[in-house]
Design a protein around this ligand. Structure first.
Ligand code: PMP
Length: 404
């Protein structure tokens, strides 16, 4: 059971008043708010132990290094990776996918090969691959979704051929809140010996992920959607791939030996962590994981499911058009009011102190599929309540009277 009142005390920002009303924050898929323990971890780091890591022998450097490496071990345990060398710290999901796009394509993909993504990807799982087409002449194939917003996984087998080198798909759609059967995707791809990258940005905040159980080959996520700070993210990769991939960026830390003629590279994971990393936020990520673990994913899932079901039913009753049918909605509901631009809905709801997301959600190919300019998206976290949903629906009714 979740004690939501107790949890809300950990997030002072929720006491913000806008237009004399309590803030209702339903933009959690964009970024979650941060609990006090995470903010304190950042403060402690900069007040008590800031130093550059891995290099110096002095006390602060040793302490910062060991806390940074503890955070890596925490992430390993959190997603069930086999070795902590398979955990690479990045700026976020975007950088994690760019890393794989650059290194994987340069290492394993040749002219006329192909990779497969889907129609419901965030731009960060489309554009990095397109950019790499300037380097290697490979093809990007797209797994379609149906009008219900479900991936047509049965079409995957026919998209795969002997030149397919990678499948890269989102676990949960940020634009629709649809959870994909990624287990099935991995099973199909692995039958043909094709590795799979999973974009977990919208998954890990809501349910437990075990990369060994999934048997995915890469898994990417961002700290800031997981109650941790912005600017820290994770790429998990199986050693068998990471070992054979050339580095993404060059610089300090990622080398073993440098001469003007030739450079040899550091071991994993440092080979992929060039330059000074984001030490403070990495340590704060560990705190965020502790915070989630203390609440427990079972409780989080149960509570958020209840919120989602409650909100979806109320939205349907209010006549909203909801996108993405799914047996298991996760995190978000995307909707429109008939003949109303989402920006108008979002702007008016803001007057009622309700923060929702409007627009294409960095998923223009999803909007193109539905032939719409964008949607309104409400997305939930563990500190949201049914009372907030009631107020949101009430406010939406008032917005409707203003617009129709
Ligand atoms: N993938 C998905 C599914 C996302 O929701 C997001 C963030 N909206 C990203 C990738 C990119 O994450 P970030 O901006 O944190 O790098």
């Amino acid at each position: 059971m979740i004690d939501v009142e107790k949890i809300r005390k950990d997030f002072p920002i929720l006491n913000t008043k806008i237009n004399n009303r309590n803030l209702i924050y339903f933009d959690n898929a964009a970024t979650t708010q941060k609990p006090l323990c995470v903010v304190k971890a950042i403060e402690d780091y900069y007040l008590k132990e800031n130093a550059n890591i891995h290099r110096a022998v002095h006390f602060l450097a040793q302490k910062a290094t060991s806390d940074y490496e503890d955070a890596r071990e925490k992430v390993r345990e959190f997603i069930g990776a086999k070795e902590k060398q398979e955990i690479i710290f990045t700026r976020g999901t975007t950088e994690s996918i760019n890393l794989v796009a650059n290194s994987f394509i340069k290492s394993f993909v040749k002219s006329k090969d192909n990779i497969i993504i889907s129609q419901m990807e965030h731009h960060s799982n489309i554009v990095p691959w397109q950019l790499m087409q300037n380097v290697v002449d490979f093809q990007i194939r797209v797994l379609p979704m149906n009008d219900e917003g479900e991936l047509q996984i049965d079409k995957l087998t026919s998209l795969i051929d002997s030149k397919t080198k990678l499948v890269s798909l989102t676990h949960v759609s940020n634009a629709l809140g649809v959870r994909n059967d990624i287990e099935k995707v991995i099973e199909i791809a692995h039958k043909k010996n094709i590795p799979v990258l999973v974009d977990g940005a919208q998954a890990v905040p809501h349910f437990s992920v075990n990369v060994q159980d999934l048997d995915c080959d890469f898994y990417a996520f961002s700290g800031h959607k997981l109650y941790a700070p912005m600017g820290i993210g994770v790429l998990y990769g199986k050693r068998e791939f990471l070992d054979r991939m050339i580095p993404y960026q060059g610089g300090g830390e990622m080398i073993e030996h440098v001469t003007f003629e030739k450079t040899t590279f550091n071991e994993l994971p440092y080979k992929f962590e060039a330059g000074t990393p984001n030490v403070g936020d990495t340590i704060a990520l560990k705190e965020a994981i502790n915070y989630i673990n203390n609440i427990g994913y079972k409780n989080i899932e149960e509570y958020e499911d209840e919120l989602l079901g409650y909100c979806e039913e109320k939205l349907r009753k209010s006549g909203a058009i909801i996108y993405g049918k799914t047996p298991k909605r996760v995190g978000a509901i995307s909707f429109n009011l008939e003949n109303v631009h989402p920006f108008d809905v979002g702007t008016l709801l803001d007057q009622f102190s309700i923060a929702i997301r409007t627009g294409h959600h960095c998923a223009q190919t999803v909007m193109q599929h539905f032939n719409i300019v964008g949607t309104n998206r409400v997305s939930f976290a563990i500190y949201n309540t049914k009372d907030e949903i009631d107020l949101f629906i009430e406010s939406l009714e008032r917005v409707k009277t203003m617009l129709y």
